[in-house]
Design a protein around this ligand. Structure first.
Ligand code: HEC
Length: 141
């Protein structure tokens, strides 16, 4: 029991210090834009999920076309103008990485051999690196 309480105290201390260390840049968005932005983020998550599932099914070309249609082009619908320039730059970088992945899949033959898998997973890693980098830098208020 005492151990449980101690663990709970330690966890809450950790949670507080995690917040205190949060030095991501906070972007202030009008409520409707914030809702639209987060919704768009969830579609990025879904697109990434689709890409990985298609790859798991060996359909790397199809994964490339999902990346191309869902991730490579900005679907911000005017959200970009509310964002700081560094955010927009990271956003472009993300779209570019998805376009690069789509192009790279065209060079991989199906069924994928070990080299094909390495290339394909490497391409997806370039995309997820962009998700992570931006999430480490920015948050919304
Ligand atoms: C250019 C910046 C940027 C890129 C690139 C980016 N995100 Fe985000 N994303 C954000 C920010 C900022 C938030 C809000 C985080 C916060 O306030 O804690 C967010 C939030 C989210 C959320 C939470 C949505 C919600 O409803 O709360 C998901 C899921 C998400 N992102 C997925 C992704 C995925 C998957 C990728 C890459 C495929 C990605 N994001 C790429 C900036 C980015």
């Amino acid at each position: 029991m005492r151990k449980t309480v101690l663990a709970a105290v330690m966890l809450s201390v950790l949670a507080v210090s995690a917040r205190a260390d949060d030095n991501r840049i906070a972007i202030d968005l009008p409520p409707d834009i914030k809702a639209r932005f987060l919704e768009q983020m969830r579609t990025h998550m879904n697109a990434l999920n689709d890409v990985i599932h298609l790859m798991a099914a060996g359909k790397v070309r199809e994964a490339g076309s999902v990346a191309s249609s869902e991730m490579a082009t900005g679907k911000g619908k005017g959200i970009g103008r509310f964002m700081p320039p560094e955010f927009r730059e990271m956003g472009f970088d993300y779209h570019r990485s998805a376009g690069d992945f789509a192009r790279l899949t065209a060079e991989i033959s199906e069924p994928m051999d070990a080299a094909g898998w390495e290339k394909a997973v490497g391409g997806v890693a370039q995309i997820t690196a962009r998700c992570s980098a931006c999430h480490a830098t920015f948050r919304v208020k």
